[in-house]
Write a protein of this length. Sequence first.
Length: 144
Amino acid sequence: MSRITATLALSFAALASTVTAAPAVSAVSPAVHGDHLTVTVKDSGDPSRDGTYELYCHPAAGDHPDPSGACETLEKATRWGKDPFAPVPRDSACTKQYGGPATAHVTGRWAGRPVDARYDRTDGCQISRWNDMEPLLPSTSSIR
């Protein structure tokens, strides 16, 4: 064996002996959960539903009131080439119905992409967009 080959073999052996097992990953670590959203809800009509919640999917976890239902809703809304969090197109014809003062802000990552979406219930299109995201967003006591 040449001198260089022997040196390389000894180096690899030394390196292999210093490798340790990776630490255990917590149940809600981003390393395990690629999909993580923070949902902030205000003025929903029920103060117990207002607040900021963490949601992890794959598997469902976090302090969101219904992590399994929220993840399932997002899975159903996710389609190739479509953004499930997309705003209502500007040229949409929307009814002038008011669904209440509720607002929500969703941030994080879904399907490997960043999310920064805002929701309200200021017209028929916005109400429909909100309702399509229930239970990620809470059901409101306003007119549907």
